[in-house]
Design a protein around this ligand. Structure first.
Ligand SMILES: Cc1ncc(COP(=O)(O)O)c(C=O)c1O
Length: 398
């Protein structure tokens, strides 16, 4: 149905979208152009970690916009220096490069690894990645991804990526050669349906990469910034990677991403990396406001508790409707539906004023704001309960 106030046809049609047009957001809720309210358990795709338009973030952006937006990447600015220092102080890394999207941060990680290989490992350039992983939509990050649907697209692929299997150390070991420089992992495969690497596998991967002198790159674009109950997911496995990428939550809804590296891995030389908007004052002010909240121990504890509460409620729901497992960590969870009914549930939820995501036909993914309340979780559970009851009844009739 065309929309007279907001015609759709000037935008490239790059994905199937419902005809709903959102015009306002606040906390856990969004409103469409017709004034209908939606409870949002997608939150910009795990992006709005403080919910929609949080006052602290809106104020930081508005104050910075009136002070300095960007002096140009050829000069330092106070906000990028402060944010880099805060990230370094809160992590195991020593240096930061800011980017504008997760894919760009990962592209930077790939370049950094290749640079490391050319300087320190006789030109080694291959990076071992994993089947099922998603690292972005640039040519190199699509090539690094292990998403089946990407395989026939935009040939030829960027060479130098070899795919191992998640939680199968022997499959990684078998791919290591003199050409290998790094292993890059998405520690919980979100787009694939929320499939976690076990803490044990991550520990063994760290030991294996150290033994072979390989860089270990963590793509924490979805898992970072408190999503799994710690500020960074690597803390759950009690290991320290050499390189990490952040995106999504780091800007709380605005385009900001980061590439972090240990001193030993931080080997870019002048001219290797850059970008017009990278580390601009406006986005870094947003990042500082977000990190200020998310890095507080009480905030992280509340997010971890909310994750456990959501997990428990999803397990009860699953038992009531004869569904499968609940997997994931913190506030990145999936419910196994056992049947390919994800799209139907998402469509009915939209009608009922609830935004849900189905990354795979047989799974629902939950990625609410990290400050989601128990009342909001229960509101989602009740709405989903009613939808599952209807879908179940329809299945019994059919
Ligand atoms: C693990 C992971 N890596 C990379 C990306 C790409 O980030 P962006 O869409 O900001 O380029 C995503 C986005 O969904 C992601 O989940």
């Amino acid at each position: 149905m065309p929309n007279a106030t907001h015609p759709f046809d000037a935008l490239m049609d790059i994905t199937a979208r419902p005809k709903t047009v959102f015009v306002r957001g606040e906390g856990a809720y969004l409103w469409d152009a017709a004034g209908k309210r939606y409870l949002d358990f997608i939150q910009g795709w795990a992006v709005n970690c403080l919910g929609h338009s949080p006052p602290a973030l809106a104020e930081a952006i508005s104050a910075q916009a009136k002070t300095l937006i960007t002096p140009s990447p050829a000069y330092y600015n106070d906000m990028s220096l402060k944010l880099a220092k805060a990230l370094v102080d809160n992590s195991c890394f020593d240096q930061v490069f800011f980017a504008n999207s997760g894919a760009e941060a990962n592209e930077g990680a790939i370049k950094l690894a290749r640079k490391y290989g050319s300087l320190r490992k006789n030109g080694a350039f291959e990076i071992i990645t994993f089947e099922g992983a998603f690292h972005g939509r640039t040519l190199a990050t699509m090539s690094a991804s292990g998403k089946k649907a990407f395989e026939p697209l935009f040939e030829p692929k960027v060479p130098g990526f070899r795919k191992a299997r998640l939680n199968d150390l022997a499959s990684v070991e078998a791919l290591i050669s003199d050409n290998t420089v790094a292993v890059m992992i998405e520690p919980i495969q979100g787009e694939a349906g929320v499939w976690p690497a076990t803490d044990q596998f991550l520990k063994e991967l760290r030991a294996l990469t150290q033994q072979h002198g390989l860089l270990l790159i963590f793509d924490e674009i979805q898992t970072g910034m408190g999503r799994t109950g710690k500020l960074f997911h690597y803390e759950n496995a009690e290991i320290e990677p050499d390189v990490m990428t952040l995106g999504k939550g780091i800007g709380g809804g605005v385009p900001l991403a980061a590439l972090l590296a240990s001193e030993a891995a931080s080997c870019f030389e002048h001219g290797d990396q850059g970008g017009t908007f990278n580390g601009n004052s406006l986005m870094c002010a947003a990042g500082l406001a977000v990190l200020g909240d998310v890095s507080k121990p009480a905030f992280l504890k509340a997010a971890a508790d909310a994750g456990l509460f959501l997990e428990g409620e999803l397990q009860k729901l699953s038992a009531r409707h004869g569904l499968g497992e609940v997997r994931g960590r913190g506030l990145l969870l999936a419910l196994d539906l056992k049947l390919p009914i994800g799209a139907a549930i998402v469509a009915q939820a939209l009608d009922a004023g609830l935004l849900l995501n189905s990354p795979q036909p047989d799974a629902l993914r939950f990625m609410p704001a990290l400050n989601v309340s128990r009342e909001e979780i229960l509101e989602m559970i009740h709405a989903l309960d009613a939808i599952l009851a209807k879908v179940g009844a329809a299945r019994r009739v059919a």
